[in-house]
Design a protein around this ligand. Structure first.
Ligand code: 3H9
Length: 705
């Protein structure tokens, strides 16, 4: 037995004529160097042992193999490479069987595709999700998958990054056999022995031909066009299509060489860096100081206070997570509206054929509408989602304090109010926390978990457990006006307003922001959300605004005309006949001109690049302040907030990652240059100055945390 085959990551043992090769590299059996070397050694061992007639590859734990070790990307490669391992497996003279019982993703599926026979157990999930990391399948997947499942299905698997169930994979031709049960070794041994008994020979995917070349080319042409349109701004999808074209047009080895060259291009792209950062950052945000110290409280029954858009969205999220929900509203009419808001979501799914009437009824069996607080005396957790007003919320919490059982978690969905003050309205501030959902709450992934001063650690961990159950992306935030996201948004929105007053039109700004990769620009967002919402906030804050600070009145002038955006048919844009895409409005431009004239501002030209430098500098500077004040635990928490809640282009990794990739010294130099115009607004964050002085970046703080 070769020593490498005995590395802890890859263990081999002989069961009759079958060499069982089991991969044990927790948590997900990623294909790190030791696993790759171990697999190679296992092939050598099998070939060198006359008693071995077949190899059976299985994964220990929950996963088969979840792919290449993502942590190795960007580091110098250490042989053997995964393509080499896959080719060696495929060319092995003994039968190679893969038994898949869990995730077989990316390189993990590529290992399986290099085996000669594949079986799957019911919990298996198979996919080539490299595109989500800015990559393409780089160990033969782009050449083998089309040979097994056809060009269109293979390309769709790679371009969508979706996972297939065992059944779907078998139907698509990726898997030869489905077996009930949970034991891959038993199932795999039975299958391997059956194949041996039948005299089955190695069957190499590389030898398969793509049958109808003309049809495959036509499918590819259509796919290339569609991909270019659908994945605007993304690098790897176009390369995936090129690889699949190579699978159709070139001999296998040339196709593999092409795949390798394009994989390396993707690997070296900044998009890969951004997307891999996003992958890990989203998993890091759940790592909070309270996690070790306090187990979550039990929760199964919850109450939602308020049946408006937000309350209904949270209710749907909770019902979908399997929780029992009582919704409270103040009177019969409001609770009827609340129920309608909930039902509307499910009716929409029924209309799209994604739910049955019985499915809806089964979910709503866990929903109770009520107008009496006393009905929620026994719930484990409450989420308040009433009107955004401190006094109204305090009154609700007093009521909750009166009726709820001891130990119930009391959460508020406020988006900027002082949660310490809300907690102080109760006799149990240790149970009060912020759960800031984003609208529509049943769709948006972000959940800011806002931690007030007196909250107990197990309430914080309960909130994270709830987020997990609801499949949300949780970010821990401290109490301040706007928490992480809305606080930073307020600042870069201000930068956009200054740009507008100084010479860029709202349409130029929106276009620049879209060009950066956001789906919408800030003025489009205002129109979508409703201009009246921001207007109300501005009026509320008027009394406390720093009189020295620059204030742009354009949005107020727009709102004074009753132009609140899409819902009123005009805002910053015109929406004739209920159009959803706005048209530039010359009257808005006239308002902007008038405001400039009033302040004696001579408009300047801004290029898209200049617009984005200001927009991003404002975002990053405030992000640094938020980190320094401990409102966000780490820069990555700011990144995840923006990726999951504010439409920040995922392939850029988030604002702080963008700043790292741009160079913090450059961002700081911009801020200092802008400060010459407005030192109050463009005050560099001390943390940013410190990092630049020390030659460090934001990521160094992520690692240190
Ligand atoms: C690839 O394969 C390229 C090849 O084509 C070509 C090469 C030449 N590597 O998500 P979870 C960690 S690209 C390293 O919380 P779940 C993860 O960070 C790869 N680490 O669990 C976390 O660590 P921690 C293509 C990985 O049960 C822990 O495992 N493959 C990897 O919710 C648990 O993860 C993919 O893109 C990895 N590949 O979900 C699959 N994967 O505990 C990526 C996970 O320290 N992975 N970790 O926070 C997934 O989609 C999910 O992790 C999976 C499990 C579905 C497997």
């Amino acid at each position: 037995m070769s020593p490498a085959a005995q590395a802890p990551e890859v263990q081999t043992r002989r069961e009759g004529a079958v060499l069982v090769v089991s991969i044990n590299n927790p948590p997900v059996n990623a294909l790190g160097q030791a696993v790759r070397a171990g697999l190679l050694a296992a092939v050598e061992q099998a070939e060198g042992d006359a008693a071995v007639r077949a190899l059976l590859i299985v994964g220990e734990g929950k996963a088969f193999i979840a792919g290449a070790d993502i942590r190795e990307f960007g580091k110098p490669p250490v042989p053997p490479s995964l393509p080499e391992v896959c080719n060696r497996l495929e060319s092995c003279g003994k039968l190679v069987v893969a038994a898949i019982h869990g995730a077989a993703l990316g390189g993990g599926l590529e290992v399986a595709l290099s085996a000669h026979y594949r079986l799957a157990l019911p919990a298996a999930s198979l996919g080539l999700p490299e595109v989500n990391l800015g990559l393409l399948p780089g160990a033969g997947g782009t050449q083998r998958a089309p040979r097994l499942m056809g060009v269109k299905a293979a390309a769709e698997l790679m371009l969508s990054g979706k996972h297939l169930s065992a059944k779907a994979a078998a139907a698509a031709g990726l898997v030869d056999r489905l077996v009930e049960g949970t034991d891959p070794v038993a199932a795999g041994l039975a299958y391997a022995n059956e194949l041996l008994a039948q005299g089955a020979q190695p069957r190499r995917t590389r030898d398969l031909k793509i049958a109808d070349q003309a049809a495959a080319r036509a499918e590819l042409d259509a796919l290339a066009l569609e991909t270019a349109k659908k994945t605007r701004g993304l690098f790897s999808p176009g390369k995936i299509v090129e690889c699949v074209r190579a699978a159709v047009e070139l001999p296998f080895d040339e196709g593999i060489a092409k795949e390798r060259a394009l994989f390396v291009e993707c690997l070296n792209s900044p998009q890969r860096q951004g997307l891999v950062h996003a992958f890990f950052a989203e998993r890091e945000t759940a790592k909070i100081p309270e996690a070790q110290a306090a187990a979550p409280r039990h929760f199964a029954k919850i109450a939602i206070i308020g049946g408006g858009t937000m309350g209904a969205g949270i209710t749907v999220s909770a019902l979908d997570a399997g929780l029992t929900v009582t919704m409270i509203e103040r009177d019969a009419e409001s609770i009827a509206r609340g129920q309608k808001n909930v039902e509307k979501v499910y009716d929409g799914l029924i209309a799209k054929g994604r739910m049955t009437a019985e499915g809806k009824a089964a979910i709503l069996a866990r929903y109770t509408p009520s107008t009496r607080y006393d009905d929620i005396a026994d719930v484990d957790l409450v989420i308040e989602a009433v009107f955004e007003d401190l006094e109204v919320k305090k009154a609700v919490f007093k009521e909750l304090d009166r009726v709820c059982k001891p130990g119930a978690v009391l959460a508020t969905n406020t988006s900027y109010l002082d949660i310490d003050a809300i907690a102080a309205a109760t006799s149990r501030p240790q149970d009060v926390i912020g759960l800031h959902f984003f609208s529509p709450a049943n769709i948006m992934k972000l959940l800011e978990i806002v931690v007030p001063a007196k909250v107990a650690p197990d309430v914080v961990t309960t909130a994270f457990a709830l987020a997990k159950k609801m499949k949300k992306v949780p970010v821990r935030a401290g109490v301040c006006d706007g928490f992480i996201g809305n606080r930073i948004l307020a600042v870069y929105k201000q930068a956009a307003d200054y740009l507008m007053e100084d010479g860029a039109s709202p349409y130029e700004i929106d276009e620049a922001v879209r060009g950066f990769g956001f789906a919408m620009g800030p003025f489009q967002v205002t129109d979508l959300a409703g201009g009246d919402i921001g207007w109300a906030t501005r009026k509320r804050r008027a009394a406390t605004r720093d009189p020295q600070a620059r204030y742009v009145e354009v949005a107020d002038r727009v709102c004074e005309r009753g132009w609140f955006g899409q819902k009123t048919g005009r805002g910053f844009y015109l929406y004739p006949q209920g159009a959803r895409v706005g048209q530039p409005d010359p009257e808005v431009l006239a308002i902007v001109d008038a405001e400039r004239a009033k302040k004696g501002i001579t408009p300047r030209q801004f290029t898209a690049d200049e617009i984005m430098r200001r927009y991003m500098a404002a975002m990053v500077n405030e992000g640094a302040k938020v980190v320094q004040e401990g409102i966000a635990l780490r820069p990555l928490d700011v990144d995840v907030t923006f990726l999951s809640g504010y439409g920040f282009p995922r392939w850029r990794g988030g604002p702080m990652k963008w700043a790292d990739m741009t160079g913090l010294d450059k961002v700081l130099a911009d801020i200092r240059a802008f400060a010459k115009e407005d030192p109050l607004f463009w005050k560099p964050a001390p943390l940013l100055e410190q990092l630049v002085a020390e030659g460090r970046n934001f990521d160094s703080l992520n690692k240190a945390a």
